[in-house]
Write a protein that binds this ligand. Sequence first.
Ligand code: AMP
Length: 396
Amino acid sequence: MAWKTLDEVDLAGKVALVRVDINVPVENGVVTDATRILKIVPTVKDILAKGGKPVLLAHFGRPKGQVVPEMSLRPLVPELAQALGVEVKFAEDCIGGPAKTAVAALEAGQVLLLENTRFHAGEEKNDPELSAAMAALGEVYVNDAFSAAHRAHSSTEGVAHILPAAAGRLMEAELKALEAALGKPVRPVCAVVGGAKVSTKLDLLGNLVTKVDHLVIGGGMANTFLVAQGVDVGKSLAERDMAETAREILEKAKAAGCAIHLPVDVVVAREFKANAENETVANDACPEDAMILDAGPKSVEEIAGVFEASKTLIWNGPLGAFEIAPFDAATNAAAQKAAELTKDGKLTSVAGGGDTVAALNKAGAAEDFSYISTAGGAFLEWMEGKELPGVAALMK
Ligand code: AMP
């Protein structure tokens, strides 16, 4: 790998500035989902075990360069202490006097959390002065926030150029999984791209058709591709003005030798609601007053065959309106098939971005996937083939 891991930097007795993503959902002062906090535990514990002093840099909400008391990180201290099983101190600023004093007072075995980096306007501007003020606090920089790596901010990018830098364990796991899925994958590679709209996933589709052997297109965006092929999709969600773009993607795929799989049959209904009366029809037989809400069983069979013929799978977006039963059927069945093949050691499966994690959890399939990325925007930008500044800055 081109970046350093925690095993390759000297941490003994050193103050390690660790960029983490603990932007957890909080309601009435209570953390409602501590996943992000739990995910940084291995990195922080590892630094402690190596004799380092972890000083956490993090953002919380969107204070836009102002001190917004409701967006203080202080309320997260008890949750962090509980997850880490050590004492967690807090400093009222991520730079300057309060931070320096707290770092100096930090004892071996303790962790220090610095106040919201986004309270400084310089953070999102990647201001060199702010980066230098952060770097002045530590001796080593560790980035464990893959989910913030698509932003070139002081705490995610700037500091990495000033201090010796390494990837934390979560960042390392994420990068290894992504590398295995699209960097140097075992072929054949299959991608599933679903979701509502083509327009939000143009770059993603354009990049994938040049890299994968099979591309399964589902969800509302498949309707746009059907329209591009001259099919009448009735009242379905479809971006009719994107038909030409969809045709260009199909052409690009053909030139690159990527097989596109669109639904061959579809489940249609007249209302977008749970348990709406529905029927399964061929992909060109959606009634004028109905809408396509899911892929049908024949499509699922085809997708299962593609999965069986593949060694690597990368997945973003549901195959249908998965929030409302029974229009979650294709997403559930395909996800379960991928999980089964992965469990049997026949497939490496990586998924992430937006609703995908929720859809795979709902299908009961997430646990058996090789890797599920909880990073939304960063995962998508990486699937789009874009360089992530926070990752690029870690390169040796
Ligand atoms: P995205 O955020 O682009 O991944 O899109 C996910 C959303 O697309 C989910 O809320 C799904 O309900 C929705 N979706 C998927 N398929 C369809 C469809 N055929 N018609 C309407 N909405 C859909």
